[in-house]
Design a protein around this ligand. Sequence first.
Ligand code: PLP
Length: 397
Amino acid sequence: MSNAADGFFGQYGGRFVPPQLETPLAEVAEAYQEAIADPSFMAEYDALLTDYVGRPSPLFKAERLTQELSGATIYLKREDLNHTGAHKINHCLGEGLLAKRMGKKKLLAETGAGQHGVALATAAALLGLECEIHMGAIDIEKQRPNVVRMELLGATIVPVTSGGACLKDAVDSAFDVFAADYKDTFFAIGSVVGPHPYPTIVRDFQSIVGRETREQILAKENKLPDAVVACVGGGSNAMGIFNAFLDDESVKIFGVEPAGRDLSTIGEHAATMTHGTHGMLHGMKTMVLQDEDGEPSAVHSIASGLDYPGIGPQHAHLRDIGRVEYVHASDDETLDAFKLLCRTEGIIPALESCHALAHAMRIARSMSRDEVIVVNLSGRGDKDIDYVAGRLEESGK
Ligand SMILES: *Cc1c(COP(=O)(O)O)cnc(C)c1O
């Protein structure tokens, strides 16, 4: 194991990988620094965000939701309106362009629920790159629609049957392929996690969300928001919107984790900041839900995109320095938020995003109308309606 000197956020982050991954990752870090210093690279990226993704995404004042809660004024950053229906396309296009610039032929990644795989396969199709997605055999069974989407987009799915045949095993499998074949392959991580430089690369490509939000809220309200709220799985949509407000002390910032079915039982939640301990996961130092041997714990969330036993290292640091407060919302609170947004605003949100919404609803009630909360609505909920229908049928609502 080696330990790169850079890529730390306080005591978290770094690059803790087997020696054979050191060179390929250093190559990515160097190419990234060159790319972002090259105006033609950024111009190409910006053009894709505009013409392909459909940016800027609107900042929408949710008037009926605000009235219903009779508290703070709530705005929604509409990442659900992006092409492919979530924020992930922002960093997948960035990673794809970087891969092309480095002369790579193939994008490689692991995926759990399949959302990262779909966004990456989309970027690969657009940019004319091959795409290879490693996925646990159990996840492949559970996430059929996303597997079909990836295949339609031209990606090759590699089923992983080792270990528990889930996300962690898919990560190991993809890393192995990368180490063996990095000449032609770009490893595209799906959130602000993993070894340096990925937490930085993914944050930077997502930071467009916060830059737009800042400009939009100043234009609409002539002031900064009082609070910014985002859900946190690995933490990419959250870092994307938080990044533009970190230096504004008047803006309270909240990251919302899944409390799942039961916060006091291992395997029934994914609240890494609440119950995690210092550890090592996916080549980084961060907070981890783990057992005494350092094996990542089983996790659960109603939102499969938040089902992750770790968190991006910058989040762990932002909590330590007291800049961001990490809270949680349960499956039931999330479902309530889902239903309320559907009915008050005509927007069917992703269950992931509803964690953020649930916390915004909680704090809005004790705030006044002239105070403003911005919620990052990270994705749309079409993918979730079958599941929600089942849950509502069960509970007779
Ligand atoms: C994947 C996903 C998330 C969680 O990922 P982060 O890296 O924590 O942002 C949140 N919302 C949606 C809609 C997603 O698809």
